[in-house]
Ligand binder design. Sequence first.
Ligand SMILES: C[S@@+](CC[C@H](N)C(=O)[O-])C[C@H]1O[C@@H](n2cnc3c(N)ncnc32)[C@H](O)[C@@H]1O
Length: 294
Amino acid sequence: MTTPGIRMFVLLILQTLWLGTSHSADVGNPKIEEELLKQEGIYKSEGESKPEGYVINRGLLAYTDALSPGFDRALANLGPKDRWLDIGAGEGQAILDYYNRSHAVGDGESRERRGTKARAVAISIEDRRQPLWYQTAASLATNQIQYFFNKRMRDFSLDELGKFQIITDLLGGFSYTDQLSSFTEKVLQLLDLKGSFYTLLQDVKSEGGTNQPFYPKSPYLTEIANADGSEVKVCSWLKSITCVEVSCELKTHWKPPVEVYRINKVCSGVTVPALARISYGAGTPPERRFLLKK
Ligand SMILES: C[S@@+](CC[C@H](N)C(=O)[O-])C[C@H]1O[C@@H](n2cnc3c(N)ncnc32)[C@H](O)[C@@H]1O
């Protein structure tokens, strides 16, 4: 069989298996369970055992460089009543920079203006806080910055987290989750009307289709397919969500290249086309395949 032929055959088999178990797409799939356990090990890794590729301390400049154009301005425009959620925050360095430095958001504010800044919430599966987090939190009003851990995005209730004007996810849950559509749905529920979600994925087929998988003979890191095996670009899938405006841009100076997404919520009737998990391989980030459900 040709490669596309094999892919389609495999997808049809997987789809049959998936339909057979209906709601619990692949619960009990031992291979996936094993990979999820390995992934858990990566989240918990410390010191020497932490894989080099598992970067947990990117600052605000890295966020500004990586995320869609306009992120820095949007952040600078937030006021004291606004809220910023960073999903998969690691050490929370981007939030600390927002409070402790004046350069990164380009508006030259002084330390005195810290009180006029948005409140910020970091979430991470594992607690990666360093002394600077505690010092900064202690120097600010109660709950001006908050750090939630020991939970995944899906485990939070909407009331627990509240609404946000800006949500970011730089190689956090959006890149790591095995439940991409329900994760995205949750993010969009937490996003205020007219709010923006800034995120990215590494090594995906871009909207323009100009790139190949970064590693020869390997697949893209995140792939979505239709039931007939045909490819669905992540950007097209995002653009099929209702009540959002989506921009996708390939940034090739990252290795592997990243496709960056800005998702603006324009009305409240958000519907995210559901994806079923087909495969998951632990990594930094993991390798994931999804099937677009009809
Ligand atoms: C590679 S680190 C990135 C940290 C930070 N954004 C940076 O760029 O330095 C991945 C982060 O995503 C978090 N994460 C992964 N899956 C998540 C999920 N489903 N919900 C919440 N956090 C998640 C991890 O716990 C970790 O904090």
